[in-house]
Design a protein around this ligand. Structure first.
Ligand code: GMT
Length: 376
C-alpha cells in the first residue's frame, strides 16, 4: 500500500492517558503532529491529561469496558481492539501508533488481524521502559510481549539502552529504531528572573518504587546541613506516604511541599534550581529533559538511558542509585557555586535545544510513519 499523498495522514494513538512518561510523550507527539497538519485520533480509556482540547485536528475516542459478573478481570485489551477497528474504519486511519507494549501492541495486532485485507492498518509500537524492563520481561507476559513486538509493522525505543534491553531481556529479533524523547523548547524555557526565596530542589514522578522518591527526602536532609533550601515533590503514587513519613522522621517536613499531580509542569519547573531524579531505573528520564530545557540542573542516577541524556559534569550530575550522600554533595556543589551553576544550567538548556527539541525529533517519527506505511 502506498501512502495517500493527497491528504494528510490520519494517525490513531493509544497510550496510558493518566500520569506517566509514556502517556505524556504520546500526547505531546499527537499534538505536535496535529499542529503539522495530521489528523490525530486518541483511542484510550480517558482523555489524556496534557491534551489541549483547543488544538485543531485532534479527536478523542473513549474505550468503554463492559463489566459482567463472570469477569473477575474485565478484558480491557479486547474492548480496546474493538474500538481500534471501529475508529480505523470510520475515520479511515492510515496507521496506529501504540505507546507501551503491554497490552497496546497486542490490541493493535488483534485490530489489524480483524480488519484483514478490508483495510490494511499497520501499527508502530513505541517502547518506553517498564513495558520491557519490568512488565514485559515478567514471565506471565513475556511470550505475548515478544510476539506483539515482533508482529508490529515498526518498532521504536526511546533510548539505545532500551533497544539493547529489548533484544537481551525479551529476546526480540526485529529491527528497532531509536527515537529519543523530546521537549518543546518554546514551552519549556529558562525564566528571565531568578525565583524568589530559598534555593529549591524539585522531584517529579509518579512515586512508584522504581523512582526511589523517599531518597529525595534523604538528600534534602543532607543538603540542609550546608544550605538552607526546600524540596518540592510533584506527582503522586504508591511511595508518597513513605516519603512524607520519612520527612517527619528526619525532621525536615517543614521544608518539603508535596504538590500532588500537576497539569502545567512547564510553569512549575522554572521556579526551581535543581531536579532530583534518584531512580533505580530510567530508560530515558523525561522529567530530567524537561528540567534541562528550563535550565534546571539534574542530579540523577547513572542508570538505563540517563547517560544518553545527561553528560556528567557538563549539563548535570550522575551518581549511583541509592548513594544519597553523593547526590546530596552534588546538589550542595550546585547551590554553593554560582559560576558552576550558571555554566551547567546553560549547558543543560543547550543539550535540550540541540539534541532533543521537538523540531529535531518529530520529523524522525514522520519519516518512520511514511516508511512503515509504504512497506505495509
Ligand atoms: O516510569 C515512569 O515515569 C512512567 C513510564 C511510563 O512508561 O509511563 O516512564 C517510562 O517512559 C518515559 C517516557 O518515555 C521515560 O522518560 C521513563 O524513563 C520511563 N521510565 C522508566 O524506565 C522507569
Amino acid at each position: 500500500m502506498s501512502a495517500p499523498s493527497a491528504r494528510p495522514l490520519r494517525i490513531g494513538i493509544t497510550c496510558y492517558p493518566t500520569y506517566g512518561g509514556s502517556g505524556i510523550v504520546a500526547t505531546e507527539l499527537g499534538m505536535e503532529l496535529a499542529v503539522r497538519g495530521y489528523q490525530v485520533h486518541f483511542i484510550t480509556y480517558a482523555n489524556p491529561i496534557r491534551l489541549d482540547p483547543e488544538l485543531p485536528r485532534i479527536f478523542y475516542h473513549e474505550v468503554e469496558v463492559a463489566t459482567y459478573p463472570l469477569f473477575q478481570y474485565p478484558p480491557y485489551d479486547l474492548a480496546l481492539a474493538s474500538r481500534m477497528v471501529e475508529v480505523a474504519e470510520w475515520q479511515q486511519l492510515d496507521l496506529l501508533h501504540v505507546h507501551y507494549a503491554v497490552p497496546h501492541a497486542t490490541a493493535a495486532f488483534l485490530a489489524r488481524s480483524m480488519l484483514g485485507e478490508k483495510r490494511r492498518l499497520p501499527f508502530v509500537t513505541t517502547l518506553h521502559g517498564t513495558d520491557i524492563t519490568l512488565i514485559g520481561s515478567d514471565k506471565s507476559y513475556l511470550p505475548v510481549t515478544r510476539f506483539s513486538i515482533e508482529e508490529s509493522d515498526g518498532v521504536t525505543a526511546i533510548s539505545e539502552y532500551l533497544r539493547r534491553q529489548t533484544y537481551e531481556s525479551v529476546g526480540v529479533r526485529k529491527d528497532i529504531r531509536v527515537i529519543h524523547n523530546f521537549v518543546n523548547c518554546n514551552l519549556y524555557r529558562v525564566p528571565r528572573q531568578p525565583h524568589e526565596g530559598r534555593p529549591r530542589l524539585l522531584h517529579i514522578s509518579n512515586f512508584r518504587p522504581v523512582k526511589r522518591a523517599p531518597d529525595c527526602v534523604r538528600i534534602l536532609a543532607r543538603v540542609r546541613e550546608s544550605v538552607d533550601c526546600e524540596l518540592w515533590m510533584a506527582g503522586d503514587g504508591p511511595d508518597r506516604s513513605a516519603a512524607e513519613r520519612l520527612a517527619f522522621e528526619l525532621g525536615v517536613h517543614e521544608h518539603v511541599r508535596f504538590l500532588g499531580k500537576q497539569d502545567h509542569i512547564e510553569r512549575l519547573i522554572p521556579q526551581c534550581d535543581v531536579l532530583l531524579l534518584p531512580s533505580e531505573m530510567e530508560s530515558f528520564g523525561l522529567a530530567a529533559l524537561e528540567a534541562m530545557a528550563c535550565g534546571v540542573v539534574p542530579v540523577a542516577t547513572r542508570v538505563g538511558g540517563l547517560p544518553e541524556l545527561i553528560t556528567h559534569g557538563r549539563d548535570g550530575f550522575l551518581e549511583e542509585a541509592g548513594d544519597t550522600d553523593a547526590q546530596a554533595a552534588r546538589a550542595v556543589e550546585l547551590l554553593q557555586d554560582r559560576d558552576l551553576y550558571n555554566r551547567m544550567r546553560w549547558a543543560a538548556r543547550t543539550t535540550a535545544e540541540e539534541r532533543f527539541c521537538t523540531s529535531m525529533i518529530i520529523p524522525q517519527y514522520e519519516a518512520f510513519y511514511r516508511e512503515v506505511i509504504e512497506a505495509a
